[in-house]
Structure formats: C-alpha cells, structure tokens
Design a protein around this ligand. Structure first.
Ligand SMILES: Cc1ncc(C[n+]2csc(CCOP(=O)(O)OP(=O)(O)O)c2C)c(N)n1
Ligand SMILES: [Mg+2]
Length: 570
C-alpha cells in the first residue's frame, strides 16, 4: 500500500486505537489536516490554543485506557504544547504529540516558524523523534505509542517536516518494537515480595501511601484486597485520590502540605509506610529528614529511578503496581490493628481538620461539599491549581475509581478548563464538574468556545475569591502579609459565559448554592456558575514549606487586615 507520510500517520493512529485528536492547524502540518477527511473514524477537536490540546489529550488519556493525541504546527504551535507536555511528563500520562516541522531543506536555518521542538522537549518527553524520511514514519509512530503507554507512561513527541508528510512510501505497520535500552520490568522479585509480606505481618502501625500508579495500573481491587486483608489504613496522595474508595472505613484522605492533620501525624507515628505507585514528592513528605522517622518503608514503583530517589526503602518492589500487589496479596495474611485504628480515630475526632465553621458566609469549601452532595460522587472532577484544588481534594469523597483529574506534579494553573473538555470528550454521558480558580480559569477560558462548539455539557464551578488565593495565602503567612500582585480583576463571568453561548449563573449567598448546582445539573448543555465566595478563606491544614509533617498547622488563628478591618479566621 503506497501512502503519503500524512496518510501513514493516520493509518498508524487507527491501528493504535486513536479516536480523537485535539489539535490546531498551521502551515507545517497542513498535509496532516488535509488527510482528516479520509479518516472519519478519527474525530478532530479544534481547540483554541495548543496548550489546551495537550491538556485535553492528557485528561482524555487519564480517564480512558487510550493514549491522548495532540497536534500542533511548527514553531509557536509546537511551543504552545510545551506546558501540556511537561504536565503529562510530571504526572506520568501517555500522550503522543505530533507536530509539523518546517520543510527539511529549511531545518536549522531559522526559517519561518521554526523551533527546535525535539531539542526543547528532550527533558519533558520519554522520547522524541524528528522523522525526516517518509519510510521511517511508521516505525517512529509504532515506537511513540509503545513508549508512551508502556512502563511508567509519559509523553512523547513526533516531529515531521511538511515535505516528509507529503512524500510517499510503501506502508506496513511494524508488528514489534525493539528498543535498545528501553526495558520493562518482566517479573516481580519474589524474595522481595516475601520480605515485604513479613514487614506487613510484623507491623503494629502500618499505613499505605497510595499514589497515581495505583490508578494508572488500575489496581483498585488489588489495593483494596491488601488494605482489607491486613486492615491497613489508606492515605492517598493528591494524584492517588480516587484510587481507593473515598468513603471506605479504612480511608484517611490526603497527607502532606494540605493533607489532613491526622494523616501527617499517622505517618510520623507509623512503623511501616507502604508507598505504592507514588514518588515521595516534597508536597507529600514535608522536610525529608523528618519524614516517617519510626517507619520501615516498602516502596512499590515501576520506575527504578524512583526507588531511593527521595526516601530509601527497606524493601523495594519494582514493577507494575497491579502485578506487584497481586503477588504481594498471595503472601499477606489476615491481620488487624485495633489499637492503631482506634488511635487514628481519636486523632480524627480531636483534629477535625476539615470541619467547616458555622457561618452564613459563602465558603468555597461549602460549594465543593454541595457539589458532592448533588452528584453523590458520581461525577468526574477536574481542577486548576491553588486553594480551590486543595478544597476539591478535601471536601469531595471520590468513591468512583479514577474520577479526580488534577495537575499534581507540575501544578499547572489553567488545567481546569481543557482537562474538563478532554474528560467530557472521552466520557460524553458522564457528569463532569470543573472546579476552577478565578486566576487559572482566565488562563485557558478561550476553550469555552471549543466546549460550546462540540456541545460538551461541562459544569464549571468557579470558586471566585477575587485573588490568586494560594499565593495570597503564602504572602500572608510567609511574607509578612505583604500582598503583592495577587488581587485580581475579573470580567463579569456570567456575561462571559453568555457571550460564549452557554448558561451563566451567579451565586453570592450560601442559600443559593444547592439550587444553582441543581439547575446546572438539569441543564443539558455547559453551564458556568460564578460562586462569589468569601475572599479571605485560606486552606488548612498546612505544612509550611520546608517544615516537617509533624509541624502541620491544623487550627490556625490568623489575623490579617483587610479593607480596614481585622478578619479572624476560625
Ligand atoms: C501557570 C502557573 N502560573 C503560576 C502558578 C503559581 N500559582 C499557584 S496557585 C496560584 C493561584 C491560583 O489562583 P486561582 O486560580 O484563583 O486559585 P485559588 O488559589 O484562588 O483557588 C498561583 C499563581 C501556577 N501554579 N501555575
Ligand atoms: Mg482565586
């Protein structure tokens, strides 16, 4: 079969099961766009900015078993993808970005719209290719999808000059890939599994720290079996949320910088921390040298580079979480830790870290609670980055596996809108709530046009505090309340929604919250609710940056002047 380079790209995508491409055209990828009409099996979603294409494809990949695909043209199209690629890199999301490059004769000559995108993305891709021969496209595509989805997943980028997309070649899709130096774990070390099982049998105060790896490997039932068999309380990292049922009696919530006080103290008192598919990120561990001072550590991870990077494990179990836990579960015997569990329960009672004050004010956390109540947890939630992200993690109970989609590692403001778009494309019949910050929303709100055009019924809850809230919180606490560049003017969000052709609602009073949420849910199309929340609210508990988990601020008494008055929190 003799095909153009562009057609070869599409034949490869078909064979890889691609059904949606998020992208944006330009001079250097026009042959690819010229080919869409021949492949109606693949739907193109025309975003309004390439960053959104990468974020949407990233979120799409998170909630499906598919790889996300994003297209961009050369130069600015490609560089606009960079934040999205870095986001997928930090959160281990399989993403294939396909960029058009300037024609081969112009490469390296600073031709119009040339950017060395393979050079630029080396540190944030698992691998990338500049394919200058049409005969090499199929091989590169096969490898790209293989590398993106196998092992620890991640983004890759294939850059194809425009003339290479137009040349023709005989097409056959490689059956296998053979990549020197790219090795995947093939088996789990059984002696390590037995040692880990022994540590679990010996432990008096164990905790599981469950991360994104549990979700990526879809190891929900294996994790549940381990936790229930040995009665081990489960703490999930931010990205681990929804890997274990949020209302399970063994579930303790999130640890770390804005984690529950009881969790941070539990980790500090624990004698065995079982880190599963997580990487002991600084937002989880606090000051490393004081992390879990009394605990032995079992670390399960597929990426050898993670073992011992931050925390030296007593036993390392390398491999896919699902395989490792399947093997481990065979060796773990029923056990209970009634005293430990009772102690944890007492901590929870004595430090109800997320109890809301009884107030008539419209608190942002209250909005999240009400969305949880209205959906019964049966929804996907995406967020941006900041206080609203932490409240979305703290006040919503994610029973549904893999239903919380957030930017963890990179902490990318602006993720909330395109991520919701990607999830809704992947899950057209499910409810998708995008919990937004007023700052982050304004970074990618142009995608409301895409959302309306493709009739995606996303519900937006804008927690509008008039501030870059999380940064203001840091300035209040760590920069002597010197508020600098954090108060933010915003447009009339209701009018804005209407300008895009969607329903806009405004809520300024606590009593209106539930009604507005119901109205949004019963409307068949996209809705934006501008929740004008209490602008002074801060996010607690909090471990100050650089502090240890033991130093969690649980019940703050913070005073800060505002509009001439003194506001006392809690
Ligand atoms: C792209 C990007 N720029 C800057 C930051 C730093 N940052 C982290 S949280 C935050 C404030 C976010 O404000 P908003 O979206 O309104 O959320 P809020 O904290 O008020 O809920 C900022 C500026 C970031 N995370 N991402
Ligand atoms: Mg804000």
């Amino acid at each position: 079969m003799r095909l153009s380079g562009a057609e070869i790209v599409f034949e490869c995508m078909l064979r890889e099961g691609v059904r949606h491409v998020f992208g944006y055209p330009g001079g250097a990828n026009l042959p690819l766009y010229d080919t869409f009409a021949k492949y109606p099996q693949i739907q193109h979603i025309l975003v309004r900015h390439e960053q959104a294409a990468a974020h949407a494809a990233d979120a799409y990949a998170r909630v499906t078993d598919d790889v996300g695909v994003a297209f961009g043209t050369s130069g600015p199209g490609a560089t606009n993808l960079v934040t999205g690629i870095a986001n997928a890199w930090m959160d281990s999301v399989p993403l294939v970005c396909i960029t058009g490059s300037v024609v081969t004769a112009l490469i390296g000559r600073d031709g119009f719209q040339e950017a060395d995108i393979t050079g630029i993305t080396i540190p944030i891709t698992k691998h990338n290719w500049l394919v200058t021969k049409v005969d090499d496209i199929a091989q590169a595509m096969k490898e790209a999808f293989y590398i993106a989805r196998t092992g620890r997943p991640g983004p890759v980028l294939v850059d194809i000059p425009r003339d290479t997309q137009q040349q023709t070649a005989e097409f056959s899709y490689p059956e296998t890939v053979n990549l020197r130096g790219y090795r995947l774990p093939t088996h789990v070390d059984h002696s390590a599994v037995r040692r880990a099982a022994q540590l679990i049998a010996d432990a008096q105060r164990p905790v599981i720290l469950s991360g994104h790896g549990v979700i990526i490997s879809r190891a929900y039932s294996e994790l549940k079996q381990l936790a229930e068999t040995a009665q081990i309380p489960v703490i999930t990292t931010l990205l681990g949320i929804s890997g274990f049922p949020g209302t399970h009696p063994l579930y303790l919530g999130m640890p770390g910088m804005h984690g529950m006080y009881w969790n941070n103290i539990a980790i500090s008192e624990s004698d065995l921390v079982i880190g599963i598919g997580m990487r002991f990120d600084d937002r989880v561990t606090g000051r490393l040298k004081d992390f879990a001072p009394h605990a032995k550590i079992i670390h399960v991870d597929i990426d050898p580079a993670e073992i011992g990077k931050n925390v030296r494990p007593t036993v390392a179990l390398m491999g896919d979480v699902k395989h490792v836990l399947t093997d481990l579960n065979k060796e773990v015997h029923p056990k209970d830790h009634p005293e430990w569990k009772a102690w944890l329960e007492r901590m929870r009672q004595e430090h109800p870290s997320i109890a809301l004050p009884d107030t008539d004010k419209l608190l942002p956390q209250y909005v999240v609670q009400k969305i949880y109540e209205a959906t019964g947890g049966n929804a996907y939630v995406t967020t941006g980055v900041g206080q609203h992200q932490m409240w979305a993690a703290q006040y919503f109970w994610y029973d549904r596996p893999n239903s919380f989609v957030t930017s963890g590692g990179l902490g990318t403001m602006g993720f909330e809108v395109p991520a919701a778009m990607g999830v809704q494309v992947a899950k057209p019949r499910d409810t998708v709530w995008s919990i937004c910050g007023d700052g982050g929303f304004q970074m990618t709100l142009q995608e409301l046009a895409t959302i309306v055009e493709y009739e995606l019924p996303v519900k937006f809850a804008l927690l509008n505090n008039g501030y870059l809230g999380m940064v203001r919180q840091w300035q209040e606490l760590f920069y002597k309340n010197n508020l600098s560049a954090v108060k933010m003017f915003s447009p009339d969000f209701v009018k804005l929604a209407e300008a895009f052709g969607m329903v806009g609602l405004r809520v300024t009073d606590k009593t209106q919250v539930a009604g507005a949420i119901d109205k949004a849910m019963s409307h068949p199309g996209p809705v934006l609710i501008d929740f004008v929340v209490d602008e002074a609210e801060n996010c607690y508990p909090m471990v100050p940056p650089g502090a240890a988990l033991q130093e969690t601020i649980d019940q703050p008494k913070i005073e800060r002047p505002q509009r001439g008055e003194v506001v006392t929190r809690r």
